[in-house]
Write a protein that binds this ligand. Sequence first.
Ligand code: PLP
Length: 441
Amino acid sequence: MRSHLVQRNLRQDPPLALRGEGIFLHDSNGKTIIDGSGGAAVACLGHGHPRVLEAMRAQLDRLTYAHTALYSCESAEALADLVLEGEPGGLTQLYLCSSGSEAMEAALKLSRQYFCEIGQPNRQKYIARRQSYHGNTLGALAAGGNAMRRAIYQPILSDAFTHVAPCYAYRDRGPAESDADYVARLAAELEAEFQRLGPQNVIAFIAEPVVGATLGCVTALPGYFAAMRAVCDRHGALLILDEVMCGMGRTGTMHAWEQEGVTPDIQVVAKGLGGGYQPIGGILANRRVMEALRDGSGAFMHGHTYQAHPMAAAAALAVQRVIREEQLLENVQAMGALLEARLVERLGNHRHVGEIRGRGLFWAAEFVADRTTRAPFDPALKLHDRIKQAAYARGLACYPMGGTIDGRQGDHVLLAPPYIATAADIDAIVDRFGDAVDAAL
Ligand code: PLP
């Protein structure tokens, strides 16, 4: 151990990232790497975007911090106005914090407080989904169903959370089951869970519109989220959508729920909000929820020292302005279609690629030992890691995961290029990724 800094791998220090420039990272191994997944789908504008840097410098000269008990600040106010312009889906208020996990904690507490404010303190349960990830702090970890991340903390996780199956057609739809029947089965499972807990006891159903790291860009079947929303509505529970990874333009619309025909009561965002230029996350909440607090106790019983931080908000404001003013959602759609086509062309027939799936600039390949049976590789082989190493050797950073959930899924690797990616960037990413897969498998 050379470094005094705690690294993710305590036995091996990683290279230093020295400089970022557009889609590239330059590191202490002397390599120039295409940042093909923006870290974990974070760097949505790539690195060193001049407009964001300029806005950050300007904020630095004006104000770096003021406590929110006394002050609001211009950058956070402007960010809230921009993100909520037109009140998308009836969402009217933005709470800002410093990460996706913190944002999920805020969503959990806001939804609980809402029911206390309206005289239903008996609501104390959340239903989330088995293969999901909502963050690493204890509340968010309890909400998530990622078995690998939960394992050693299980005894100290709250039992306020229960889990149902996600919509994962590749593995869970029966051989003779239609899409509609599969969705109806999942809705019936959610309904049964409400009944088991007592519908009057449930605060919210929590889900990622596109499952990110846990499954690898798994989209729901058409009608799934409408069916889940209907169950929540029937029982007066809230719908919390976690768009930390798939939100803020990543799937080709500003919000992933826009493609599902539902609106959440509370939406959780982070990565694409600030693009990694500053640590920032947040929740968007609708009028129903926020007015209950305003007209009730008059305060959200939650908060952090760095909430609505001026520097973080200034960076995120610039990121959000660039996305809108440079019409980057259109580029996400166009480059997303190209990424899909190129991935299918390069790896669609690979004997170990089970499924290529995603939306917008958010794509993953699931790797299996056998395409017919869909049997995963032995998790001990850590194939996703081997692909990551092979990709790095070929000048590509990608985001791997797998073999770790319940021994049933395959390994998968996620690609999430920045919204500024060009066709040449997409070609280079797919070429390097394809070569890495061939070398690793
Ligand atoms: N929710 C989802 C869907 C995520 O993908 C993540 C992080 O990967 C989180 C929550 C937690 O965000 P953070 O790592 O910023 O705490």
